[in-house]
Design a binder for this molecule. Sequence first.
Ligand code: PMV
Length: 310
Amino acid sequence: MKREPLKGEMMSEKMISASAPAKIIIFGEHFVVYGAHALAAAIDRYITVTASHNTSDEFFVYGRLVRADHIFNAIDRITKGRHVKLIARSQVPNGAGLGSSAALSLASTIAVSKLFNIKPDPSLLFEVSMNAEKYIHGNPSGVDVATSLYGGFVLFKKDELIKVSSPIIKFLIVDSRQRRKTGNLVSKVKNFMDRNPELFNSLVNLADLMAKEGAAAISEEKIEQVASYMNVSQSFLELIGASTPKIDTIISSLKGKVLGAKITGAGGGGCIIAIPMTGSMPKIGYTVNAGVVGAYQLNYGIPISWHFDG
Ligand code: PMV
């Protein structure tokens, strides 16, 4: 059946669509901001943005005109003052730790680059999307954008990205439905660090080690080890103030049904990731495939080198 166009979809000659996957952070959120490695993976939930030429800058989400100054400011590097209409469709909840803002910035950047026939270059796409992220998060580590762009499982440290070879792994996602802003949680964790510098420094070192050993465990499919590191990682996140009573309740209710469970992303609500026991699937949440291809291969189909110079 033919779909009626959404408001904002009329009046375009050339329309270019691009998609970017959401992500989960398996180890190292928050600590990655202070130099630790994080292990993250692209998941099969996507944001798609359609770009077309326009007489002013407009951003539509499901037919609703919304402000997206951070995106228009960042993509100006590509549009160079020329106006575009962007229309977004999303399978990713906002403010839930799944990297929706990074995927939105990246899908917008790719769609606009293709609209203006800019040669695909992963470092340019990374840089432009990071500029959009900086407008809203202040000092992002880059793990969200890098994972959405490069895909698969990635061991990420500021300015360094290593591909972790692993088959696709299923994770359970449970959404606490508490929404929050990443920047507020990053500030809260900074306050914790300022009050407890030595303790925080030790946690950064341990988180770094867990991300690296966790990455090796993922590639060797040692799922029980990954799950037990996830439980330890959750206790670190509780200690630094990234959990909430609701998250703690959900995680307790999962005991005996999953091997490991933790916050993914900034916390303060948002989503929990868990590894279910074989054959059992708790009735809350949904499963995603982690380790899918990133936005670059998805939209350009070009294999990328894993050297990361963002
Ligand atoms: O924005 P989220 O919830 O996907 O999480 C971002 C991860 C943090 O480590 C908390 C922040 C960062 O910039 O790495």
